[in-house]
Design a protein around this ligand. Structure first.
Ligand SMILES: [Cu+2]
Length: 287
């Protein structure tokens, strides 16, 4: 809220916009303003939240033919926020494929309109993780892989992407909840933080997605899409019925947009603080 006000107060020039971003940092914002070429990491968003899956009750821990997926998970509710909220005044580099979805809104102070996008809300704090020790928990059976299936979502607005800054990868995944039409991926079992995204104007409240993790009858073969595979083979992969799947629910919170009257009141309170911050910065620059 304060950040929004500060930008209004300081729309006088680039130097002042930087000053305001600096002021945002000093007041507790995690990231620096400027052009950025990678999405703020889960750590920059408040830390990773990782359900850890394993195969228990297996008949053979080295190469099981039966068993049960189990999940260990300490639920927490991350916020979905826009880049402008994670890193005030920042914008994504023009070449970033995710810019169109996640970039700061055009016209906001310090953000070149040419580099701006729609400013969707996002979180990548959740990460899928698998562990096996070959003694009490089993390895993934030879020739098979792990699958993750989206079984339901609380809102059709919720989207997910497979993201990799190094590969400039931004691919929609879990695009439907019916098997065979985009609802599942094969997963290589290493820690995987996919992005969850909501439109900039998504209503405030709680959003959830339910997933099932299973042993798939097909091997993981992708060499171009990182830790997830979502080609035709992956989308039509079947679950091995000899392994009981595990399920997990992810929950996010979206802050409600304040009523206009509340905004006006907050503006009055916050404008003084924001303006003082700008003046302090200018003095430092000039002195
Ligand atoms: Cu992680």
């Amino acid at each position: 809220m304060t950040t929004f006000i500060v930008k209004k107060v300081c729309a006088f020039g680039a130097a002042v916009a930087v000053a305001c971003a600096t002021w945002g940092m000093l007041s507790g914002q995690a990231a620096r303003a400027g052009e950025i070429s990678a999405i703020p990491s889960p750590m920059a968003q408040g830390g990773m939240i990782m359900p850890t899956f394993s195969i228990i009750n297996a008949d053979n821990f080295g190469n099981p033919t039966t068993g049960q997926l189990s999940v260990s998970f300490s639920p927490s509710v991350p916020q979905m926020q826009s880049l402008e909220q994670w890193s005030p005044g920042s914008w994504f580099a023009t070449g970033a494929t995710w810019r169109a979805d996640l970039g700061s809104p055009a016209g906001v102070g310090g953000t070149p309109a040419a580099n701006a996008g729609a400013g969707d809300l996002f979180s990548s704090r959740y990460g899928f993780q698998f562990t096996a020790d070959g003694t009490t928990t089993a390895f993934v059976p030879a020739g098979k892989s792990l699958g993750i299936r989206l079984t339901s979502v609380s809102s059709p607005l919720l989207e997910s992407y497979n993201y990799d800054a190094g590969l400039n990868l931004w691919d929609p995944i879990f695009t439907a909840t019916s098997p065979t039409s985009g609802s599942q991926v094969l997963w290589d079992g290493t820690m995987w933080h996919n992005l969850f995204v909501l439109p900039a104007a998504a209503p405030g409240g709680t959003y959830t997605a339910d997933f099932e993790v299973f042993v798939a009858n097909t091997a993981f073969t992708s060499t171009t899409t990182g830790k997830a595979q979502y080609d035709a083979a992956a989308l039509t992969a079947t679950a091995d019925a000899s392994f009981t799947p595990a399920s997990v629910t992810y929950t996010w919170d979206v802050a409600a947009v304040p009523e206009p009257s509340t905004l006006a009141m907050l503006a009055t309170v916050a404008a003084g603080a924001g303006f003082a911050g700008c003046r302090r910065f200018r003095r430092r620059q000039e002195g």
